[in-house]
Write a protein that binds this ligand. Sequence first.
Ligand code: PEP
Length: 249
Amino acid sequence: MRKKIVAGNWKMNKTPKEALALIEELKPLVKDADSDVVFCVPAIDIIPAVEATKGTNIAIGAQNMYFEDNGAFTGEISAPMLKDAGVQYVILGHSERRQYFNETDEAVNKKVKKAFEYDLIPIVCVGETLQQREQGITIDWVRMQVKKAFMDVNKEDAVKVIVAYEPIWAIGTGKTATVEQADEVCNAIRKCLFELYGEEAAYSIRIQYGGSVNGKNAAELFSKPDIDGGLVGGASLKADFASIVNWDK
Ligand code: PEP
C-alpha cells in the first residue's frame, strides 16, 4: 500500500523569518498526519527550516538544483549542498522552471540521476498546457515527459521517485482538474511506468496531483486510488495547508 504524500511548494515566497513563523504555526496542526508531509522551501530558507523541523514529521524539500556537483555555475545550488543541509526531497522540472528558465526534459533527467547520487528523492513534475489538452494530446505528452525524466534510471532508483502530475492550466489559476481528468492522467502515468519497470515498481511509485489543490477539493482528489497525494502551491502558504495534509480526517 502506497503512503500518500502531501508536499507544499512555497515557490518564491517567505523570507527566513516568515518561513520559521509558518513552520511553527503548522507544526502542531500537521503532527498527526497519516500522509508524508514535505515543505519545499526557497533555497535561503532551507537551513533554518531543517533546524526548525528536526524531530517532527515534516521533511524539507528544495524547489530545484543543478546537475553538476560544483563549479563555475553562478547562482546554482547542487545536490551535495542540499544533502549536507539536511534536505530530503527536491522538486525537479516544475512547469515554472520549464517555462521561465528554459528547463528541458534532458536537464530534468540529468537532475533526477544526480539526485539519486546524493540520496535525495526527486519530485518530478509533468503536465500539459491548455492548448495540448484541447488538441487531445495530453496523455502522449505526459508519457513522453515521464519517459524522458526516467531515461537510464534503474528500477531500484525509479521506485523512489515521486511523480507530480500538474496540468499547467490548473497551476495557480484556481482551476482544478476534475477528479476524472486528474485520475485519468495519473492512471496513464502508472501504465507508462508499468511499461518501463514492470508491475511491482509501477505500483510502488507515488503519483501526486498538483494544480489549485485546496482544503475543499483535496479529499476527493486524494481518495482516488491512483492519486497518492498532492503538490500544493498557493494553499501551502497558509495554516490552512493543514486541512489538505489532514484530508482524510
Ligand atoms: C505548484 O506550484 O506546484 C502548484 C500546484 O501550485 P497551485 O497549487 O498554486 O496551483
